[in-house]
Write a protein that binds this ligand. Structure first.
Ligand SMILES: C[S@@+](CC[C@H](N)C(=O)[O-])C[C@H]1O[C@@H](n2cnc3c(N)ncnc32)[C@H](O)[C@@H]1O
Length: 248
């Protein structure tokens, strides 16, 4: 899968809070909900999300999959820099994660520019159509099975402005690759990935062997070791005849 490389760096003077949080390795408040970070995006991925938002002056955004709030912190900080606001959709922020993402935003004084939509994306994303404006930036990192990813994409495509950015985490998961094949053939987007941490054949073989020893799927260790972002920029709305079908 060949993708154009997206070159977008944070300004040197911009201090991204996620760098510090990832270095210290924990989120939450002492004696309340403190825990080690698990399953969040990497430092470079967080820097890339923030860099896109700053470079393209994105003012309104939403994401699916808040969890420990690493992506949420990076996106909200950059959006606030542009005087905008961010929405995060997650059914488990309190059921499973004890509100740690909200603690993190409170710690950095960003809570007032963030709205938590507590519920699964297929129920919460449709509510965002009632807002006066469409979105400049959307990040998809919720439930990782194909059906949920596709539903996230369906709503994101309708909610995104032309020229806006839609970023998927987990490009190395088969479910996201499948969605990518569909989008490439049937929707109007430019596609990019980042220049850093791209998997070489040798490193893919290495992590495939490790997965084999663990008795897991061949791709099991890939998402944790490579940059995993698929960056899409919407060129136009997609309009088709009533019986259009593409077998992907
Ligand atoms: C990989 S984590 C997200 C990590 C987060 N983006 C970060 O960087 O810290 C995925 C999270 O999606 C949430 N999730 C699960 N099902 C969901 C759904 N149907 N809609 C939205 N979020 C969901 C869960 O809380 C789960 O922990």
């Amino acid at each position: 899968m060949l993708l154009k490389v997206f070159n977008c760096q944070l300004p040197e003077t911009f201090e991204l809070f996620t760098d510090k949080v990832i270095d210290r390795g924990w989120v939450g408040e002492i004696d309340k909900n403190r825990r080690c970070i698990q399953g969040g995006i990497s430092r470079m991925e967080a820097r890339t999300l923030a860099a896109i938002i700053l470079k393209y002056n994105c003012k309104n955004s939403f994401e699916t999959g808040v969890a420990h709030g690493i992506s949420t912190l990076a996106i909200t900080q950059a959006i606030v820099h542009n005087n905008g606001s961010h929405y995060g959709i997650d059914p488990y922020q309190f059921l499973e994660h004890e509100g740690v993402a909200l603690s993190l935003l409170r710690e950095y004084n960003l809570l007032s520019n963030f709205t938590l939509c507590e519920g699964p994306a297929h129920l919460e994303a449709p509510k965002l159509f009632s807002l006066p404006e469409k979105f400049d930036f959307i990040f998809i990192d919720g439930m990782h099975t194909f059906d949920y990813k596709f539903v996230d994409f369906f709503y994101a495509d309708h909610l995104l402005k032309i020229g806006g950015f839609l970023v998927f985490h987990d490009l190395l998961l088969p479910s996201v690759k499948k969605i990518f094949r569909l989008i490439k053939k049937s929707y109007n987007y430019n596609f990019f990935t980042t220049s850093y941490l791209q998997p070489s054949i040798a490193s893919k073989v290495k992590y495939t062997a490790v997965a084999f020893i663990k008795g897991k799927s061949y791709w099991y260790d890939w998402p944790n070791h490579f940059c995993n972002l698929l960056i899409l920029q919407k060129i136009a709305n997609t309009e088709r005849s009533w019986n259009y079908f593409y077998n992907f």
